[in-house]
Design a protein around this ligand. Structure first.
Ligand SMILES: N[C@@H](CCC(=O)N[C@@H](CS)C(=O)NCC(=O)O)C(=O)O
Length: 200
């Protein structure tokens, strides 16, 4: 199996970190691609042209990181995503909030990367307000995940770390010190250490 990924993609980082946590490295080969170069292998796996995509020996490629993570989690008996019930909903909800935080951070960055004359403040401000609200919400529900070692907590850690990469000027660690401590604990784990994005 091959996971097509890019080193800065937080969605791919979730999958890569989960692979490491579950010690599945020998079963899934990591193949770096650059989605903006439109590689044929990526388009064959995912017509949306997005990473991550998981190419299996048979059967269609699996796309969209939550589905890929479900599949990775099913490869052994150690559950990082609970199989059923309220605990499953909670972990999937945490992943959804983390993914949404990544979406907002990416949307803001794409807008900011345009020529200044093309900036659309309405969208930049809207995404920044969404990021601020999400951080406040995560802080308010911290007790639900801050000591957990599961896919929900992993996803939140990856999303917070992505803010450091793409929205460093927010300095969210100063305004949310307890969330910062949560991330620092995750940053001690190999799963985050070995998937850290290259310095930009
Ligand atoms: N919902 C998707 C989002 C994937 C995504 O947006 N990936 C970005 C990289 S961070 C990408 O491949 N962008 C290239 C493009 O949109 O053309 C997931 O969770 O996998």
């Amino acid at each position: 199996m091959q996971l097509l990924y890019s080193p800065t993609s937080p969605y791919a980082r979730k999958c890569r970190a989960l692979i490491i946590e579950k010690s599945l490295e020998s079963r899934i080969e990591l193949v770096e691609v650059s989605p903006l170069d439109d590689p044929a292998a990526l388009h064959a796996a995912n017509p949306l042209g997005k990473v991550p995509a998981l190419v299996r020996k048979s059967g269609p490629a699996i796309i969209n990181s939550p589905l890929i993570c479900e599949y990775i989690d099913s490869l052994d008996d150690e559950r990082w995503i609970p199989a059923s019930g309220e605990s499953r909903l909670l972990v999937l909800r945490q992943q959804a909030i983390a993914d949404g935080l990544m979406d907002l951070t990416i949307g803001r960055r794409i807008e900011k990367n345009r020529d200044a004359s093309l900036h659309y403040p309405l969208w930049i401000e809207r995404w920044e307000r969404g990021i601020a609200r999400t951080l406040a919400q995560l802080d308010a529900e911290r007790a639900q995940f801050e000591r957990s070692v599961d896919h929900g907590a992993l996803s939140i850690a990856v999303a917070l770390s992505y803010l450091d990469l793409r929205y460093a000027e927010l300095d969210w660690r100063t305004s949310h010190p307890a969330l910062a401590s949560f991330l620092e604990r995750w940053e001690e784990r190999d799963s985050l250490k070995l998937t850290a994005p290259p310095a930009v």
